[in-house]
Design a protein around this ligand. Structure first.
Ligand code: GLA
Length: 425
């Protein structure tokens, strides 16, 4: 705007006659400040984006990547949407059906993104309509770079065009990746996507998939992100890393969440990656631990298995309503690691109504007892507690002092601990 540029021009006019050859004290001070804090100038460019009002509890749904990778087509996605309904998952709170990478093949001469016509012959709009007709919401994937992680066209330079296309298709959720984005400044890149989604006029959840590379927990919420990945990709295992440390197990990811809990809250969540429950690489005990811990972390619960063929044990894990209620607790306070001794850990999450969710995690290869001290719940020793095991349904009452639970090897016990009146029921 003219007045601004004038003011700037005015400010930059020399205040001291050049012939005096004096160093301008203000310019020197500014240069020194910039040297002391080289980021100060860059920081000023960013203006917080308004929250979109979505994802007031962590999003729940299904995503194609963990189980199917690039092997996706419209029949498969419809089948998963059907299974989400028939399995009871929709009624348990799962809402989004998200197609991950590989649905897109090119851009048309006008720059519009083109879906793979061989795999999605009815088109993306028809698929979104089908998903909506099942009482579910529809999500899609892209990348802030020129290309996605699988070499498909990314959104760079087409952010607003793509957002308008998504809105026209009826997209409710965008997962947007960080491959081939080396030259980009992460915050600015995701800001553009956020602005584009807002300009589309359709409420679309923004799922930032930046793998934690640039500490997105520090900026993703102010950019308008509803969730942000905190780590590289998960794989279907309980402990250890794979593939040059690019794939992390459940417990490796868990360790990286410690200290991030203060950044999450209603509308903006840490995302420790999608679920592997039911994909076959872990025991049911380990999958229960995975699901329990993700609920403690207020993590988005995006199932990543084949819902159409899952067995009863997997279904029971994914639809455990009491564990889901912890994940979806309206306070939105992420749980934290409250105690750790060798391979035993105690995780605590304060819930609405005065209860706490507790996970006793045994990472070791032998069963062991794990003690729960009232102090980690912020309670004095004499407060009686009702402890409900959220997997077995068993209720234990404890009058005072610490209480121990037996936890099998590589497994977790999950409890809801509620203070009760002395002698009361
Ligand atoms: C990255 C993401 C994954 C998945 C793949 C798709 O690795 O982190 O979640 O979306 O890309 O190519």
């Amino acid at each position: 705007m003219a007045p601004t540029s004038k003011a700037i021009a005015g400010r930059s006019r020399p205040r001291f006659p050049p012939e005096r050859n004096l160093v301008k004290p203000l310019a020197l001070l500014a240069a020194l400040l910039l040297l002391a804090n080289p980021c100060a100038h860059a920081e000023q460019r960013f203006v917080p984006r308004p929250a979109n009002g979505l994802a007031l509890t962590p999003p729940m749904g299904w995503n194609s990547w963990n189980r199917f990778g690039c092997d996706i087509d419209e029949a498969k996605i419809r089948r998963e949407a059907d299974a989400m309904v028939s399995s009871g998952m929709r009624d348990a709170g799962y809402a989004y059906v998200v197609i991950d990478d590989c649905w897109q093949v090119s851009r048309d001469p006008s720059g519009n993104i083109v879906a793979d016509a061989a795999r999605f012959p009815s088109g993306i709009k028809a698929l979104a309509d089908y998903v909506h007709s099942r009482g579910l919401r529809f999500g899609i994937y892209s990348d802030v770079g020129d290309k996605t992680c699988q070499g498909r066209p990314g959104s760079r330079g087409h952010e607003f065009q793509d957002a308008l296309q998504y809105a026209a298709w009826g997209v409710d959720y965008l997962k947007i990746d960080w491959c081939n984005a080396e030259s980009l400044e992460a915050r600015a890149a995701y800001e553009t996507v956020s602005d584009a989604l807002r300009a589309s006029g359709r409420p679309i959840v923004l799922s930032i998939c930046e793998w934690g590379t640039n500490k997105p927990w520090q900026w993703a919420a102010s950019v308008g992100g509803n969730l942000w990945r905190t780590t590289p990709d998960i794989y279907d295992g309980f402990a250890g890393r794979k593939h040059n440390n690019e794939w992390l197990s459940v417990t490796d990811i868990l360790d990286l969440q410690v200290g991030l809990e203060g950044f999450a809250g209603p509308g903006h969540w840490n995302d420790p990656d999608m679920l592997e429950v039911g994909n076959g690489g872990m025991t049911d005990d380990q999958y229960r631990a995975h699901f329990s811990l993700w609920a403690m972390l207020a993590a988005p619960l995006m199932a990543g298995n084949d819902l159409a063929t899952m067995n009863a044990a997997t279904r029971a894990i994914l639809t455990n309503r009491e564990v889901i209620a912890v994940d979806q607790d309206p306070l939105g306070i992420e749980g934290h690691r409250a105690a750790k001794e060798d391979e035993a850990e105690v995780w605590v999450r304060p819930l609405a109504g005065g209860s706490n969710a507790v996970v006793l995690l045994n990472r070791g290869s032998r069963a062991r007892a794990i003690r729960l001290e009232r102090s980690v719940l912020g309670l004095p020793d004499y407060v009686p507690l009702e402890l409900r095991d959220l997997w077995s349904g068993r209720v234990v009452r404890s009058a005072s002092g610490a209480i121990s639970f037996d936890v099998p090897a590589t497994a977790a016990v999950m409890l809801r601990a509620t203070p009760s009146r002395p002698g009361g029921s």
